[in-house]
Write a new protein. Sequence first.
Length: 141
Amino acid sequence: MARTYWERIEPVATIFGDLDPKIDGREDAVEPGAQFTGFHRLEKDLWAIGDITKSGSIADQLTTDVDAIATKATAAKLSPLNLADGAKSLLDEVATGKITGEEDRYSHTDLWDFAANIEGSKAAIAALRPVLQERAPELVK
């Protein structure tokens, strides 16, 4: 359930640079030399390994990384293109990749993530709606 909040901001998560993969990277996507951390690492420890007794440092790093996102979010500059493209890209990812079960491969709680992704994408488009209504009302329909 804690990931729901992350999944809601995922349409714009890439603006936070390397924090996105540290927080939400899957094991098979970890760059060479980088450590597998974040939500999916804890998910694996909990659901696949069944032992979180050694996961404290991973949880602490996740907290640090999420706190960094919260700090950066107050200064982040989002363009309309960031919002629109992020929402579209995320919905495409849900439809073509996440639907296969790749996202929450250990806990199988994908439907929670899908719902949060859709909520975040709707919020992104809602933020754009007033300008779109003024400039291209046919697009809003």
